[in-house]
Design a protein around this ligand. Sequence first.
Ligand SMILES: [Zn+2]
Length: 104
Amino acid sequence: MRVSTMMYKLFLHREKLDEIIVFCRNAYPNEACGILAGRGNKVRKVYAITNIENSPVSYFMDSREQFKIMKDIRENNLSMLAIFHSHPSSPAYPSGKDVSLAWG
Ligand SMILES: [Zn+2]
């Protein structure tokens, strides 16, 4: 099944992408998750969040970390731009569960 998503472009520097990749590799074999924050469509900060499900096929963000991060985003005058997570063992598109959680 193809999933139509509300896609929009985000811009991030190579170093930010590297931060995401390193974080996802460190979480392997489990899924990694986090938040991208910035201004407009430019990513300024990458926040890694603990996946409390410790699972290779799903994730659930630690809500305390998430709360602290939202505060930090506000204090830095940034906006939350996206939530990201890795798929270490499943295809690189949203799973049925992802879709139901994101847009359900
Ligand atoms: Zn997923």
